[in-house]
Design a binder for this molecule. Structure first.
Ligand SMILES: [Zn+2]
Ligand SMILES: [Zn+2]
Length: 253
């Protein structure tokens, strides 16, 4: 069985109303930007690559005025994929597979570091990114990398333990990942298909939505999966849950 690790690849601070559109502006939220590392006998997979490291020093230059006026970079210096992988004794060149849940700046910002990996991205997401460079800054994802465009559910290692599950709505080609870590235990990294437990419980959609009905359906599917015995949802940007997961080198179970 593979094991799964939580890596902190930055933190974002912003007005809570960005995540909870019904709320009056004025309260700040700080959330983690996770990446998830899977060690499988057939490969080492990273699900999402966080925010580009250079954004901490030059947010406007790296992310553009629009994104950097909404989001402040609030991560510590070691909260980046290179330092987090080092906690596991790994370097970027050890990664054989990268999955991007979607191509927003906080999920693919360090893609360029993983020059030896095969990238698994939903075709609909790549089409959307190419069509809207203001929403999907090209410097994060538009590199000569081994992008393999997939359509629909995908069994990464062919044994059912690491499944990519389309969860569109937040973006056109958003995907989540299910990892079986024991016979009776699995995790589903929702990514931005569900930002936090609070969003799930209150059935709330954030401001950043491509298609609200589609996102609601995806969230409903995640809810049903999460209710199955032995299944734990790992939310996309949930500060309280992430704080309980422990450091990168500790496998989740
Ligand atoms: Zn997103
Ligand atoms: Zn995000």
């Amino acid at each position: 069985m593979p094991d799964l690790h939580a890596l902190c690849c930055g933190r974002l601070r912003f007005d809570r109303s960005v995540f909870f559109p019904g709320e009056a502006p004025g309260a700040l939220a700080t959330v983690p930007v996770p990446a998830w590392l899977v060690r499988h006998p057939k490969g080492i997979l990273l699900f999402d690559t966080g925010i580009e490291c250079a954004a901490a020093a030059d947010p406007v230059g790296v992310l553009g005025k629009g994104i950097s006026s909404t989001f402040a970079m609030a991560g510590a210096a070691h909260e980046n994929p290179v330092d987090q992988l080092a906690l596991l004794g790994l370097r970027p060149e050890d990664i054989t597979h990268v999955v991007n849940s979607h191509l927003h700046f906080d999920h693919c910002g360090c893609n360029a570091l993983f020059t030896r990996a095969r990238f698994l991205v939903q075709r609909a997401e790549m089409v959307a990114a190419r069509a809207a460079p203001r929403v999907y800054p090209a410097r994060a994802w538009d590199h000569a990398l081994d992008y393999q465009l997939i359509e629909g559910e995908h069994d990464v290692f062919g044994d059912g333990t690491v499944l990519l599950l389309p969860t569109p709505g937040h973006t056109p080609g958003h995907q989540s990942m299910r990892v079986q870590v024991a016979r009776d235990a699995c995790f589903i990294a929702t990514a931005d298909a569900c930002y936090s437990e609070e969003h799930l419980q209150r059935d709330l959609l954030p401001g950043a939505v491509w298609q609200a009905d589609t996102m609601r359906e995806s969230m409903q599917r995640l809810r049903r999966w999460g209710e199955q015995a032995g299944t734990t949802l790992l939310f996309g940007h949930d500060a309280a849950q992430f704080a309980r997961l422990g450091p990168a080198h500790k496998p989740l179970l």
